[in-house]
Design a protein around this ligand. Sequence first.
Ligand SMILES: Nc1ncnc2c1ncn2[C@@H]1O[C@H](COP(=O)(O)OP(=O)(O)OP(=O)(O)O)[C@@H](O)[C@H]1O
Ligand SMILES: [Mg+2]
Length: 586
Amino acid sequence: MKSWEDLIHPDDKTRRAEALRAHLAGKTPVYEAQFRVRAKSGEYRWIASRGKVMSRDENGAPVRMAGSNVDITERKRAEEELRESKELYRTVFENTGTATILIDENDIITMVNSKFEEYSGCSRDRIEGKMRWTDLVAPDDAEKMKAYRAARLAGAGEEEAPSEYEFRFVNKDGNVRDVFLRVAVIPGTKSTVASLLDITERKQAEKRLFEAQKMEAIGRLAGGIAHDFNNILTAIIGNLDLLKLDLPASSPHLKNIEGVHSAAMKATDLTRQLLAFGRKQIITPRPIDLNRVIIEMKTMLRRLIREDIEIQTFLGRGIPSIRADEAQVEQVILNLALNARDAMPHGGRLTIETAGVYLGEDYCSKHAYMKPGQYVMLSVTDTGAGMDQETLAHVFEPFFTTKQLGRGTGLGLSTVYGIMKQTGGSISVYSVKGEGTCFKAYFPAVEESANQPKRDEAPSGALEGRGETVLVVEDEQDVRDLVERILTRAGYKVKACSGAGEAITLCRESSESIDLLLSDVVMPDMPGSDLAEIIRSSGKIKTLFMSGYTENVIVHRNILDEGVNFINKPFSSRELLRKVREVLDS
Ligand SMILES: Nc1ncnc2c1ncn2[C@@H]1O[C@H](COP(=O)(O)OP(=O)(O)OP(=O)(O)O)[C@@H](O)[C@H]1O
Ligand SMILES: [Mg+2]
């Protein structure tokens, strides 16, 4: 038969023997040891052994000893399980991916994970048992959260005590972050566990996207209105032109007509700006040297801007060309400079700067619709009044103005915004109330080098027709009638149609040759360009397109194809005649 000693687990034998020896030698007041013993079934069981020497002989050698052996296997197992589950919870707590904290009934934070240390900027031992959750909440949100918490601890439902909501978290340095919170009461206690997720970036991205979409929508609306207006204005202005021609130079009505005319021209201006914002303006982009444009504008700016404002330019050396419509670039610079002037009623400094920059993923991820790449930056900075947050949030919206009635239309910056979008760039603004404002526009850079500008030649020579036949295709009756009258008057033969189908039939059946097709770009039955193709195939006919705006084939993304003749609505009779003559003579 095996002795008791033999059944002890080999790893525990020495430990037990030493404890016993020490006690027998009188070194410890009691003998205590825990060790495993093999049971009959073959498994080891934990034994807690206790004993004490009851009497010793005159030499101190033990004579009699009493004690007990208790099977503690179950207790041991429970302890082990508890330790394991604590470890498990700690691991889960650490690795939730969110900042997690425990809060006791007195609002003290009792436990935090390392993500929370990171969020708060404080180390664990400075938080646990010391800090209150309210120390880390933006004051504006604290009251609401206290009410939720009281309700939650009182057992209220989701309505009064939502378990998920957003609030603003303030870290040790006072930085405010948007945080999503999820909180629950630990059952049977007044403690709560809360996990926090930083959603600042996401919220900002959402806001940016929302802004961009909002501007898109307003742009579409503006473009649509402007389109209809262009047709109306073409009719108004053209009819006025004709009326003027009919009246003798001494007519007292001429003054009134002038009044209507100048009002219509103002409306035309407004429409142009709306179109620019809606990115529906038809443009002719070419490679441009931005620095040259600024240099050429300097004299004009100096004239427009009061003496008490100093104008500084810092033009970057060797910066790449941009591809844009020069008139639009001028408009951007002018609008920004005029705003700067208006922001400095008591004088100051206007700085115009250019630089070549590379915008990386980082910048582009923060600006909706921007692609990483090489850009040319134009910045216009003033030392003026600056703007508050409220104003900043709306500056690019059409008709947003803080200027007195009649002073500003609020279309300046929306035009700039539209132009920058149409060029594939972007614009952003930085402003401090009372300090000044800086607008930064980014134009995509191009490889091609900029040629000297091709200025519009001043038209000369007669505007009259020489009996040529013009086929006018326009679905708006007012415009069609007007064009017909202008051309007939000037000595052209005119055939007018309201649509492409009619025009094609007319061409086929007519024995007379047609010299020029003057067609609207957008028509209900067929795009003007397709019509031109068909008509051209039946003879040598020149084409001139007219439109207020278009999303059509001759204009790709509102950019005119090379070699296409085009006239913008609304036009004056002079402009129309000049263009018609130009195309016929080309
Ligand atoms: N440089 C600036 N400094 C301070 N505020 C500015 C500046 N630029 C624009 N703003 C603010 O933005 C508003 C809108 O500007 P925007 O150019 O679109 O219209 P506006 O200048 O008011 O009118 P408009 O340009 O049509 O004559 C201005 O009324 C002004 O409040
Ligand atoms: Mg302005």
